[in-house]
Write a protein that binds this ligand. Structure first.
Ligand code: ZN
Length: 288
């Protein structure tokens, strides 16, 4: 199966009360680990690409070509969406051009009227091409590619305005934060989530900043309409810890331990383990 839009997998997740994980990719090892784990566990999956990661991998065209070829070479049969994460207006068009199957337009930092106008335009383009589109209301805390939010809670009426434009999925700030959560983080605002759900009806909701949110909060969020959960930092931390251990144990100094295929192997396995753990919590295993 080639790339698919995220629409069908998210509607199934919403109806089945589980969530599909979006795991962000940074390079070949990341992509391979996530695709292989999804296939092994029969789980649908969304590969997220931030604009920074796209640039790092030399451009969205390289990313799309790599992912498509990998799906073919690894005989991946589960549904895979290639999704732009926190796209700018220009970034959205670049990814559409490069062959991504799903787009997030993050207009949360614009005044709501401008967010509505730009999202509306992209809804028409994505519908025409059969791509899924994620929109965002209420900036999500932390920092992602220079877009800084403070962990706001979205205004449910603004969420309805954007949802009514016909987007596929909606990211609403409910006190979630990108990156590591501070020790004094008050937790997700389920009050906001329930109020948003009330306004947007069937719209699958997206929870960003999935790293470090306690499992019981994740499960409650899923029960309240979250159908997609984004994980990025957690894979990075797992990769870093495993790589550090390999070097600290001096394994890179033994035999051909310097070979990148050996040096990166523990980190690659750590990403697989993290993805598996998340898919278990999200309930997406066996749903492909
Ligand atoms: Zn995000």
């Amino acid at each position: 199966m080639g790339l698919v839009s995220a629409k069908e997998m998210l509607e199934k997740a919403r109806d089945g009360k589980y969530a599909v994980g979006q795991f962000n990719i940074n390079n070949l090892e990341w992509t391979k680990s996530i695709l292989q784990t999804a296939e092994e566990l029969h789980s649908p999956v969304i590969l997220g690409v931030s604009e920074g990661a796209g640039k790092y991998m030399t451009g969205f065209k390289t990313v799309a070509a790599m992912v498509k070829a990998m799906i073919e070479c690894l005989n991946i049969t589960v549904p895979v969406a290639l999704h732009l994460d926190h796209g700018t207006y220009d970034g959205c068009y670049k990814c559409i051009d490069a062959g991504f199957s799903s787009i997030m337009f993050d207009g949360s930092h614009f005044p709501i009227e401008e967010n509505v106008a730009k999202t509306k335009e992209l809804v028409a383009v994505c519908n025409h091409l059969g791509l899924s589109l994620e929109a965002e209301v209420g900036a999500i805390g932390g920092e992602e590619d220079g877009v800084i939010g403070r962990g706001e809670c979205a205004d449910p009426d603004e969420c309805k305005k954007i949802a009514d434009l016909g987007v596929t999925m909606l990211a609403a700030g409910i006190g979630n934060i990108h990156g590591k959560y501070p020790a004094d983080w008050p937790g997700l605002s389920f009050e906001t989530l329930a109020a948003v759900k009330e306004k947007v009806g069937d719209m699958p909701l997206v929870l960003h900043g999935g790293t470090g949110i306690p499992t019981d909060m994740i499960k409650k969020a899923i029960s309240l309409g979250v159908a997609k959960i984004n994980v990025n930092t957690e894979c990075q931390l797992a990769f870093q810890a495993a790589t550090r251990k390999y070097v600290e144990e001096g394994k890179d100094l033994v035999g051909k331990g310097f070979d990148p295929r050996k040096l990166l192997a523990p980190g690659t396995q750590a990403i697989k383990d993290t993805v598996k753990e998340k898919m278990e919590i999200f309930g997406s295993i066996g749903k492909a």
